[in-house]
Write a protein that binds this ligand. Structure first.
Ligand SMILES: Cc1ncc(COP(=O)(O)O)c(C=O)c1O
Length: 262
């Protein structure tokens, strides 16, 4: 089975690392064929065109939309939610919140549908990496409804169960601000956990800020869901080099542990 990736040039001035390292490098290593389209192109249509061309050359293409964010794709994170709830029960933990990055919406939709299905009472907070809150919440809600329908275990997802915070998008999709860089460095050095500048680093910067803003009580159990993406870090090497050379804050003082971040 072969794979063709249809990628949108979302970043205006990508460097060599962005184009050739990280996930692009891994995709090529794994034998993928990559096709690029300009920013703003209708990617759904672009995939249809690529599929049509493969079909005409005798292949049998199957299109997976961006992020795999269909009801079927969201079942993966519905299962993740059930697994998390089981693990928490074994550890005798009450899960109050799950925090994670939200982009194409399937992660959050699946988590919400899965949690509703087992009636866990755990809240989900998606930290947006791109879209404004209202837009992202409606999109995730529709997808969560469709996922729940596919699971045949819940009738309706309450609109209020879908909560997105868009305060940490920063300069835009795929662009990291200083808070994201700080979050990535802090978690790497304190926990040995590798985050990325596009998704998990932004969500962690959001979580750290929300803790500072006392969004959670000291008794809440908050799970940060690491959704992967670490290879992307290598596409953003320069960001860290720049931060190191221009920062006037000594590195040691930028790494103070944050109370309540576990
Ligand atoms: C590493 C990582 N985390 C989170 C997300 C966001 O998930 P979703 O697109 O399902 O909202 C993505 C999406 O590509 C991702 O690559």
């Amino acid at each position: 089975m072969r794979f063709t990736g249809v990628l949108e040039h979302r970043i205006a001035d990508p460097g060599l690392d962005y184009l050739e390292s990280g996930n692009a490098f891994l995709s090529r290593l794994l034998g993928s064929h990559l096709v690029y389209r300009p920013a703003g192109d209708d990617m759904g249509r672009a995939m249809q065109e690529v599929a049509a061309s493969l079909l005409s050359s005798g292949e049998h293409p199957y299109i997976i939309p961006g992020g795999g964010s269909t009801p079927l794709g969201s079942l993966g994170y519905a299962q993740c939610a059930e697994e998390l709830v089981q693990q928490a029960a074994t550890a005798q933990l009450r899960l109050d919140y799950i925090i994670h990055p939200t982009g194409s919406g399937g992660t959050q939709a699946g988590l919400i549908a899965g949690l509703e299905c087992v009636q866990s009472g755990t809240k989900v907070l998606g930290i947006s990496v791109k879209a404004p809150r209202e837009q992202q919440e409606s999109h995730v809600h529709a997808l969560a409804q469709a996922t729940a329908k596919l699971m045949e275990c819940v009738r309706d997802i309450d609109r209020k169960a879908v909560e997105v915070n868009s305060d940490y998008v920063g300069p835009g999709y795929g662009r990291a601000d200083a808070a994201t860089v700080e979050a990535i460095e802090l978690v790497a050095r304190l926990e040995g956990v590798i985050l990325d500048p596009v998704y998990t680093g932004k969500a962690m910067a959001g979580l750290m800020d929300l803790i500072r803003l006392k969004r959670f009580s000291g008794k809440d159990t908050v799970v940060f869901l690491h959704t992967g993406g670490a290879p992307a870090l290598f596409s953003y090497r320069e960001l860290f080099m720049r931060q190191d050379s221009t920062s006037d804050t000594p590195r040691e003082t930028r790494n103070q542990p944050l109370k309540n971040v576990v």
